[in-house]
Ligand binder design. Structure first.
Ligand code: CO
Ligand code: ZN
Length: 333
């Protein structure tokens, strides 16, 4: 059995901002190969692990591999790096954080002295890599290089896991764990580790078109309402089990899929809760509108501080999601 924490550690430490998912894909491919009939990559960088069943229907699961990133746009004469965003960086929460480039160069994100720290703009933030001047900086980093959050994953008390990029590497871990110990199913299964979700669900679009599935199940993190003074009134919470999505900004999950997932969770004794995410989308958003439409749902992991340099989820919820993904392999409406 795959160790959830160790696998998350490994995936969180890999470099994989949107559009450069290769390093993450290579690790996942090695872990997936023993449990798949075929593992391949498409032109957008999606990694697809296919497990043949009896051909009843095609089920596509999708977890995105890519992460947020900081892309360097300008290196100034003092050797400070200025950047743009890859994906939805929460600017007021990232200064002070440590970031890392693919070549190992580390830096600290900070805000220039004249900016309003409460409402920073992208143009207020820079990365300090400790270079003494521009020439020294350019030896380490080029325009277009991307930095990612550089924090270790660690276990907290009471069964919680803290890690950068739980969004959405923890869902990659869930798919990998579900693939293991899977009996032969009636359905043909496609486990997609998708690219470029953070830029507007791009990878899942081509993956779904290529696979042409009958059913789609996205697996991604969702907001957890159990934090102090959280305003949008979200019922999802840590330790509440696998979250079965009803809707987010990208999709209304097919009611029959929602019903089927809730029924199977009840039958198998898998703790579950309903999810409505008011902001943000998932791969389900692209899958359900593929070709003439796909029966689509989503399974979510309640997560605190999404898009922060470190995020928190609960290991028991991860287990519930693994069991629900495994059960969903048999979906038939
Ligand atoms: Co995200
Ligand atoms: Zn995500």
């Amino acid at each position: 059995m795959l160790n959830v924490f160790e696998t998350q550690q490994k995936l969180a430490a890999a470099f994989g901002p949107s559009g450069q998912e290769n390093d993450v894909a290579n690790i996942i491919a090695e872990l997936a190969k023993p449990f798949a009939d075929e593992v391949y990559t498409d032109r957008l960088g999606n990694l697809i692990a296919c497990k043949k069943g009896e051909g009843q229907a095609k089920v596509m699961f999708s977890a995105h591999m890519d992460s947020l990133g900081l892309i360097v746009t300008h290196i100034d004469e003092n050797g400070f790096l200025w950047f743009s965003n890859i994906g939805g960086l929460a600017l007021w929460r990232i200064y002070g954080s440590v970031v890392r480039f693919r070549n190992g160069t580390r830096g600290i994100v900070f805000i220039h002295g004249k900016a309003d720290p409460k409402e920073p703009k992208l143009s207020d933030l820079y990365i300090d890599i400790g270079a003494k001047d521009e020439t020294s900086a350019r030896k380490k980093v080029q325009i277009g290089d991307v930095a990612v959050f550089d924090q270790p994953a660690f276990l907290m008390g009471d069964g919680l896991l803290a890690s950068p990029y739980l969004d959405d590497r923890i869902a990659c871990v869930i798919l990998l764990a579900a693939m293991q110990e899977l009996p032969k199913t009636a359905n043909d299964l496609y486990f997609v580790f998708s690219s470029q979700e953070e830029l507007g669900i791009r990878g899942a679009k081509t993956a779904a078109y290529g696979i042409d599935p009958d059913y789609g199940i996205a697996v991604d993190v969702t907001t957890s309402g159990d934090i102090p003074k959280y305003k949008p009134k979200m019922e999802c919470k840590l330790h509440g089990g696998a979250a079965i999505k009803i809707m987010d900004a990208s999709v209304i999950c097919h009611p029959h899929v929602v019903q089927w997932l809730e029924d199977v969770a009840d039958r198998e004794g898998i703790l579950h809760q309903r999810e409505i995410l008011q902001q943000g989308g998932t791969d389900a958003g692209a899958i359900h509108v593929t070709r003439s439409g796909v029966y689509t749902g989503a399974i979510s992991i309640p997560t605190r501080y999404i898009h922060n340099p470190v995020e928190i989820c609960a290991l028991d919820d991860v287990d519930a999601c693994i069991r629900l993904v495994r059960a969903a392999c048999d979906i038939s409406l």
